[in-house]
Design a protein around this ligand. Structure first.
Ligand SMILES: *Cc1c(COP(=O)(O)O)cnc(C)c1O
Length: 345
């Protein structure tokens, strides 16, 4: 039994999944199957060489009871950008969008009702050939899983400015949602956790002078009343939450600066209490407030106001997602309510 009042994040899956195979240079017919194990060879290419990419997005139950997905086309485009970098064949739009819609229609009743609840959608692509040789796979699988989910993090996070390990570099795969990026981040994150932190703030690979991302989220900091976030680059994942927040703030004429934030500038501003808020931005947690900034031996407290900018932005996003206000940016992709066949008369 699924306890919808205490949903964890990403641990409960719906009844169905979408699978589509790529073989001999072509994508086959997508199939919707009962959720369950996928037969697999131990020589599965993705396991050995990490040719795998994924996406994360959410469908919401609006206040009128209907279901909509938040900006799925942006995730579709990004999945294919990640795929190209990893020499994985891109997924045709019809397979992605039509498959997604059919799958959600089938599992419509799984989309939870409630402010902090959503249906997390995990599309992914992996190399499925059975051979052991370090060259691109010949066959691939595209799959979509659905997971009704509760909040990702609970509470605010304590972050450490990382000055030894890196998650990305110029010419690397940091902009792609490539599976291995996450596996590689676990070790430095674990070290930070052993020091009492929740998460890492990644800095640039060259000399660790620039703030880049917060764990698996884009980072925002309000310094002297200006919303600051690093500009996108090859080293930074182009978050859809980041983009949506920038769009909302621009629309409200809030002062924004997209560009370099140096470690020095951030630490100095935080010490001088000129940082009014700092948070991570991403689909899973939406906004993850940062309460402590660790730099070397110093831990600086950061305010986490209940009625600050992050709360305002979160409310604006929630209102759009739940259909409480007009979707002026055209972000919500409505799923037609499936016809209910009565099981008894
Ligand atoms: C997925 C991800 C984000 C956030 O992207 P969203 O589209 O907002 O979910 C940010 N950084 C990294 C490294 C990510 O993997």
């Amino acid at each position: 039994m699924v306890d919808f009042d205490n949903l964890p994040f990403g641990k409960v899956f719906t009844d169905h999944m979408l699978i589509c195979e790529y073989k001999d240079g072509n994508w086959g017919e997508p199939e919707i199957l009962p959720y369950g194990p996928i037969p697999m060879t131990p020589a599965l290419h993705a396991l050995h060489y990490g040719q795998a990419v994924f996406e994360g997005m959410k469908a919401y139950r609006k206040v009128d009871g209907t279901v909509s997905i938040f900006r799925p086309e942006a995730n579709f485009n990004r999945l294919n950008r990640s795929a190209e970098r990893m020499t994985i064949p891109t997924v045709p739009k019809e397979i992605f969008m039509d498959g997604l819609v059919e799958l959600i229609k089938l599992d419509y009743d799984w989309v939870p009702f409630g402010e902090n609840l959503s249906l997390y959608i995990r599309p992914f692509l992996y190399a499925s050939s059975e051979f052991i040789a370090a060259r691109p796979s010949d066959s691939y699988v595209f799959c979509i899983l659905l997971s009704p989910s509760g909040p990702y993090y609970s509470g605010s996070v304590k972050v450490k400015i990382e000055e030894r390990y890196v998650r990305s570099a110029d010419g690397g795969v940091g902009f792609a949602k490539a599976a291995g990026n996450y596996g590689a981040a676990f070790y430095p994150t674990r070290l930070a956790q052993q020091e009492g932190y929740t998460q890492i703030i990644w800095t640039d690979h060259k000399n660790h002078h620039l703030i880049e991302e917060s764990g698996t989220m884009n980072i925002a900091v309000v310094i002297d009343g200006v919303f600051r976030t690093p500009a996108l680059s090859e080293r930074i994942l182009a978050g859809i939450t980041r983009d949506s927040i920038l769009t909302l703030l621009n629309d409200q004429n809030f002062p924004i600066k997209e560009g370099p934030i140096t470690v020095d500038e951030l630490v100095t501003a935080a010490r001088e209490k000129r940082v009014s808020e700092m948070f991570g931005m991403g689909t899973a947690a939406v906004i993850s407030p940062i309460s402590h900034l660790g730099f070397r031996d110093e831990v600086i407290e950061i305010p986490t106001p209940d009625n600050g900018l992050s709360a305002l932005v979160k409310k604006s996003l929630t209102d759009i997602r739940l259909g409480k206000v007009e979707d002026t940016f055209g972000w919500m992709y409505d799923i037609e309510k499936p016809v209910q066949h009565p099981t008894y008369s």
